[in-house]
Design a protein around this ligand. Structure first.
Ligand code: B12
Length: 369
């Protein structure tokens, strides 16, 4: 059933149901073929149990905690259980939950859905639930606990409530910055880092399924030999495709002669190579320089230092992925127009920048290419 139907059945507003879903993971909708969130009987049961506890004066966060813990344990309640399971006590979910509880008290403290409604309104005025730092914190918490379900629920929220551009740039990439920091501090391990990478790669993979089709310009994307950090490159591919490009993704650890062959085979309008280490580019300086004479070549990532760029004499893409898409598009247009080719340039008006401006809007339809 859709959320409105569930709300009518259980007597809780859709606003509060959404808050319980995103904050506490109480609801676990599945997607219909048309992309709608559909709720089942188990969701209804959990909401009814929370409502019953609320009528006994239990706060929403505590009620959700008990219901989810009972679900995990098969029966009974578990007052000590943490929301969503795992070892994330003290994490963002707990902080969010604490804030929710505080707001609920501030809003009158009484049991019942009216106060929950009020609390949700007070606590989550427009955008709080979809606020990127909050989504990043929730994702990090789910990753720390290796909680796949919860991580997907947060990712669902990020991608449904924000544009794809914003979900990637404001949520996914900052997640990796945080994962790196937490890993350096010894607060998460390699398991979490791999878990986060695999989770996000699968999400981006789903977004990449149609990036090869159309008639737009062609970009070949790769990392040089020995480089496996490709999440940002993959993200960039998704953004390029949304701006009308056709993407040929060779991914990590690509031999440079294979990259050159691929660029030739596809008559690439852009070749993008990403690497964290300058040596990853330098080791292939001659081959990259030659490739740059045939196709526009762009180096990206931390390895693309001024010295490397000077030595190899190709273009540079900085950390602003939206501006980078626009730059590639401008260059491809100019190149095709120099060659007198006009018909095949079905790129979205350069409008990665439009996408940037509308990052918090609903995702724009990708250009038909
Ligand atoms: C996730 C991750 C991994 C994943 C990568 C998954 C994947 N497919 O990408 C896996 C598990 C595979 C991995 C492996 C390793 N990793 Co690692 N990893 C990370 C981590 C946590 C995040 C990387 C990331 O995506 N960062 C987020 C992005 C947003 O930041 P960024 O890379 O700086 O990119 C910015 C710009 O440079 C630019 N950019 C980057 N790429 C691109 C591409 C394009 C097209 C554009 C336009 C822009 C752009 O945009 C970004 C926004 O500012 C970092 C920690 C960190 N602080 O980055 C360590 C880190 C990069 N890894 C590190 C290490 C040591 C390793 C391993 C050697 C570990 C090991 N012993 O096996 C291997 C090396 C693998 C290899 N040979 O490449 C070190 C690197 C140290 C160094 N001095 O370079 C780091 C810094 C961790 C650390 N503190 O020690 N890693």
């Amino acid at each position: 059933m859709r959320i409105g139907e569930l709300a009518a059945k259980v007597g809780v507003s859709t606003h509060v149901l959404r808050a319980w879903e995103s904050r506490y993971g109480l609801l676990r909708p599945v997607r219909s073929a048309g992309g709608y969130r559909l709720y089942g009987h188990e969701d209804e049961r959990r909401v009814r149990e929370v409502v019953a506890l609320r009528s006994q004066g239990v706060s929403a966060v505590e009620a959700s905690r008990r219901v989810l813990a009972a679900d995990r344990n098969g029966s009974g309640t578990d007052d000590a259980g943490s929301v969503g399971g795992g070892s994330a006590t003290g994490g963002a979910m707990e902080r969010v939950a604490g804030a929710a509880e505080a707001a609920e008290h501030a809003a009158g403290g009484g049991a019942g859905t009216a106060s929950a409604d009020r609390a949700a309104r007070d606590l989550a005025p427009a955008g709080m639930r979809t606020d990127p730092p909050m989504l990043v914190a929730q994702l990090l918490d789910a990753v720390t606990a290796l909680d796949e379900d919860r991580a997907h629920a947060v990712l669902d929220t990020a991608f449904t409530e924000r544009s794809v551009e914003s979900a990637i740039i404001d949520v996914l990439l900052p997640l990796f910055v945080r994962v790196g920091e937490m890993w350096e501090l010894g607060r998460i391990g390699i398991a979490q880092e791999h878990f986060a990478s695999s989770l996000v790669r699968r999400r981006l993979g789903a977004l990449s399924l149609t990036w090869g089709v159309g008639t737009g310009p062609v970009a070949v994307l790769a990392c040089p030999p020995g480089e496996f950090h490709d999440i940002v490159l993959l993200s960039f591919g998704v953004l390029l495709a949304r701006a009308g490009w056709r993407v040929r993704y060779l991914g990590p650890d690509t031999p440079v002669h294979s990259l050159a062959a691929a660029a030739r085979l596809t008559s690439a309008d852009a070749v993008v190579l990403a690497c964290r280490r300058p040596s990853g580019f330098r080791a292939h300086a001659g081959a990259l320089r030659r490739l740059g004479e045939e196709h526009p070549v762009w180096l990206a990532g931390r390895g693309a230092t001024p010295r490397v760029l000077e030595e190899i004499a190709v273009n540079h893409l900085g950390a602003d992925l939206v501006a980078d898409v626009a730059e590639l598009t401008r260059t491809a247009r100019a190149r095709r127009s120099d060659r007198g080719e006009h018909g095949n340039m079905a790129v979205a008006g350069g409008d990665a920048s439009a996408a940037a401006a509308g990052r918090t809007d609903a995702a724009a339809e990708p250009p038909s290419g």
